[in-house]
Structures are given as C-alpha cells and as structure tokens.
Design a protein around this ligand. Structure first.
Ligand code: SF4
Length: 345
C-alpha cells in the first residue's frame, strides 16, 4: 500500500488532493504547519472570535476529521523559520512573503516526516500557475529539488501537467485518475467538490498569511530596514499584526490598539516600552517604542487622544508610564488627517 504525507490546510485544494489519493486507496497521514504568520490560527491562539462569537476553527483538523485522516499539527514558528522570513534566499513576493523559501522550508519538514514515517511521498494541494510566486512551473521544480523531495512530491490537482513522480512511474498510483488543473480559476475545483460531495470548506479569503498582507508588509519592511542585522522575534510578529502603527522618528514608533483584544495584546507587551492611556476618557491603549523627544511625545499623545472618547474635547490628558517612570501630557487630539497619514505605516 502506498503511504503519503499530505500537507493540508483544510482549504478546498488540499481537501480535493486528499480525496483524490484516498479514493485510490492511498494511506494518508496529514500534516498542518503553523508558521506564526497564519492569520486565522494566530487569531484563534490570541482568543479571537468569529462574527458568530465562536473561536475560529482549525480547518485542517476539520478537513482531516471529515475525511477520516489523522492530522499532525506542526509548529514551525521557531527561530529557523523566522530566519527564513528575515533572510529569504529567493527574495520576497509583493509584500513580506518569502513564498519560495517558505515552501522549501515546509516541504523539507514534510520530507523529514515522510522519512520518519517510512512513507512513499509527500503531496500538496498546489495548482500549477495558481500563485504568481511559488506555483510557476520552474518554481515548483526548484522547490521540489531544494526540499530534497525530487520524484517524491505529488501535486494531485496538476499532476498530469507535471513530470510523473516515482510512485506514478512504478504504477502504484494511477496517474490517469489524477488531474491536470492549472491557473487561478476555481471552476474545476468547485465542480469536482460538488461531484465528490464536499460542501464544507472555507471560501478563499484572499490571503491567509500575514506576510502577504500589504499593511503587514509595510510594517515588516519598516522594521527590518532599520536593523543592522536582519532578524525578527516571535513577539515582534505579534506586535506587527496588532494595532495602528505610526513612525514618529527613525527609532521611535507608536502602536495604538484598535479593539479591546488588541489593547490586551499591547498591554502584555508593555515591558520595556512606554504605555499610554487616557485615564479621563475611554480610549485605546498604546505603546511607544524608543526614546521620544518632547515633540514626538506631544504627537503620540495627540494621536492616542484622537482615537478615544475624548476626541471632541479641546484638551485630553494622556498618561505615560514605563518601569516606574510616569508623566502626563495634556494635548489637543490630533485632527490633521494629513499628518496622520504621513506617519502611518
Ligand atoms: S503565503 Fe507564502 S509565506 Fe505565507 S505561508 Fe504561504 S507560502 Fe508561506
């Protein structure tokens, strides 16, 4: 019997790939990688809720349960992955997404799991030409080679457009029952899902990874461009994904919470930073990184005041605290949209 390691996100493509192999009698062990940049999973871990007030579900676990397949959750968010994000050999996509290096990293890990489990191959739900950076034909080949999976990486949805894997050549998987889908459209996948009776899958949300988000990318590059040594810590990722960010000076940055949840996240990261609140009005919690000069203090205070309930008052008192130091800045809430936009990351 053929045994395969399936890289499953729970999205439609990887679910279809899984079903195509299960329908051929392949024994599958699924893996789901958490990079620390997965939007839904990060929100789930930070206690976020959906519109219905429920915790977001882990779609990979749900898809595995629907198909009767065991899913191993693998946390890749350690320093090795962060080093790839900070120093990708193959560069970034449109934002902060190092998709080629990321896929090589993930597939190398999948290869290790394949070897550990004595499995025959790794498969994914990738579709040739679906994504501009990582799913072009030469890139698919490069990723396969650099992850050490040459001949052992199957993409069931596009298999008939790609060179046959070893298992197909041996006739242990019937290539004629695999597909030849390519491109960005989803018509073929939706039709196949209907034929297979698959109706519970998440709609493509236009990005499930913070690194592909334009605003996150701006904040990420702003941070990295100011570093002598390119590196990033896990806590910094959480902060990059939290709140409105304003660059007040080369080494001074303001982070303003947008929701109660974000205020709580910022509060947990207040150590070593200035913590700003407006005690006389309901308002956001904010952090200032660096050593602001008096003008930057006024600016930060004006921005924080602007986002609180005191925004219509002529003057708001903003409380600053850091490691036992305390001060109060009384300012008019910043009204000038132009200044705000210029400073916003
Ligand atoms: S979008 Fe790119 S960087 Fe993000 S998880 Fe996918 S491959 Fe990795």
């Amino acid at each position: 019997m053929v045994t395969a390691i399936g890289m499953i996100s729970g999205g439609l493509d990887s679910t279809l790939a899984l079903r195509l192999l299960l329908d051929q009698g392949v024994r599958v062990k699924a893996v789901n990688f958490y990079t620390g940049f997965c939007i839904t999973e990060t929100r789930r871990r930070l206690g976020g809720r959906t519109r219905d007030g429920e915790p977001p579900r882990n779609e990979a676990l749900r898809a595995g349960a629907d198909c009767g397949v065991e899913v191993e959750l693998v946390d890749l968010s350690g320093s090795g992955y962060l080093d790839v994000v900070a120093n990708p050999r193959h560069g970034y996509g449109a934002n902060a997404n190092p998709c080629i290096d990321c896929r090589i990293f993930m597939m190398s890990e999948a290869r290790r799991i394949m070897e550990r489990e004595g499995a025959d191959l790794v498969f994914t739900g990738e579709v040739l030409g679906q994504r501009p950076m990582s799913q072009r034909r030469p890139t698919l080949a490069l990723i396969e080679k650099e992850s050490g999976l040459s001949g052992r990486l199957l993409r069931p949805l596009s298999a008939r457009l790609l060179p046959p894997t070893i298992i197909e050549q041996e006739g242990r998987i019937d290539r004629s029952r695999l597909l030849g889908i390519s491109g960005r459209g989803r018509k073929d996948q939706i039709a196949l899902a209907a034929r297979l009776g698959i109706d519970d899958y998440p709609q493509p949300a236009g990005g499930c990874c913070f690194l592909t988000d334009e605003a996150f990318g701006r904040k990420f590059h702003d941070l990295m461009d100011r570093r002598a040594e390119r590196r990033i810590e896990r806590d910094e990722i959480i902060l990059l994904a939290t709140g409105r960010h304003f660059r007040l000076g080369e080494r001074v940055k303001l982070l303003v919470g947008r929701t109660e949840g974000e205020n709580a996240v910022l509060d947990r990261h207040a150590e070593g930073r200035w913590r700003l609140t407006t005690p006389e009005h309901l308002g956001p919690l904010a952090l200032v990184e660096g050593e602001p000069d008096p003008e930057q203090r006024r600016l930060a205070s004006g921005i924080v005041a602007r986002y609180g309930k005191g925004r219509a008052h002529p003057e708001v008192r903003v409380h600053w605290s850091r490691a036992g130091e305390e001060l109060t800045v009384a300012v008019a809430p910043l009204a000038d949209e132009g200044v705000l936009e210029r400073l916003r990351l």
